[in-house]
Design a protein around this ligand. Structure first.
Ligand code: PGA
Length: 254
């Protein structure tokens, strides 16, 4: 039986500053977290990464970036590369977040390049996928997810390697920042679909090993029910990860 350790990840988006992040990390670090039972990750904006890395120190809080470019270096004004985030101390990177897809027109093809480069560099990608409200209402949820997975994870060989195994985050677009959470049963149904997709495209060991997170209006009040579902292996939290007490309550969900 493969054990999937739960991961509670906070996506700070374009929020926080030096003072607020210092307070937040202190609260998380002092929040009596059993790191043997749960992995905790924060993904600050790029400029705060070195500061947060220092704050984290020897605690077991993991550090992730919210994006990276698919090229290693070069004339890409305003962009940040994989080696740069790695050098700043990031072990993980969120890729293909729906805000990147919708606001910055990132395609699954580009996301696939980023996922492959991250894996090559030894950075663990947290690949976000999710259907829009229109797609859900039109009964196209699974089709939309299949399209995103088919392209975003195309030709990925290293999904099997547990050290750099890609993490998938199911984030229904209609649930992000809206206060509407997918019902735990609704989320579990999609997580099962994603796990079957992995089994079909990789193998059953990989499918059992890959962690699939849920994201979209996760709060202290709904986290335990979501986490009670067998295929929900963690949560990716936006708004509720910005307040120390709230995030600690989510980390200590059970
Ligand atoms: P939310 O965001 O928790 O504020 O809905 C989740 C996300 O975008 O990752």
């Amino acid at each position: 039986m493969i054990e999937r350790k739960p991961l509670i990840a906070g996506n700070w988006k374009m929020n926080m500053n030096v003072n607020d992040s210092t307070e937040l990390i202190n609260i998380i670090a002092n929040g009596i977290v059993d790191y043997d039972r749960v992995d905790v990750l924060v993904a600050p904006p790029f400029t705060l990464i070195p500061h947060v890395k220092q704050l984290i120190g020897n605690s077991r809080i993991l550090l992730g970036a919210q994006n990276m470019h698919s090229e290693i270096s070069g004339a890409y004004t305003g962009e940040i590369s994989g080696p740069m985030i790695k050098e700043s101390g990031c072990s993980h990177v969120i890729l293909g977040h729906s805000e990147r897809r919708s606001l910055f027109k990132e395609t699954s093809y580009e996301i696939n390049l980023k996922v492959s480069v991250a894996v090559k560099l030894g950075i663990i990608p947290i690949l976000c996928v999710g259907e829009s409200l229109d797609q859900r209402e039109a009964g196209q949820t699974f089709e939309a997810l299949k399209d995103q997975l088919d392209v975003s994870l195309k030709n990925l060989r290293d999904m099997k390697n547990p050290d750099i195994s890609t993490i998938i985050a199911y984030e229904p677009v209609w649930a992000i920042g809206t206060g509407k959470t997918a019902a735990p049963e609704q989320a579990e149904e999609v997580h099962q679909f994603i796990r079957k997709w992995i089994e079909k495209n990789f193998d059953s060991v990989t499918a059992r090993q890959v962690r699939i997170l849920y994201g979209g209006s996760v709060k202290p009040g709904n986290v335990s029910e979501l986490m009670s579902k067998p295929d929900i292996d963690g949560v990716l939290v936006g708004g509720a990860s910005l307040k120390g007490d709230t995030f600690v309550q989510i980390i200590r969900y059970s």
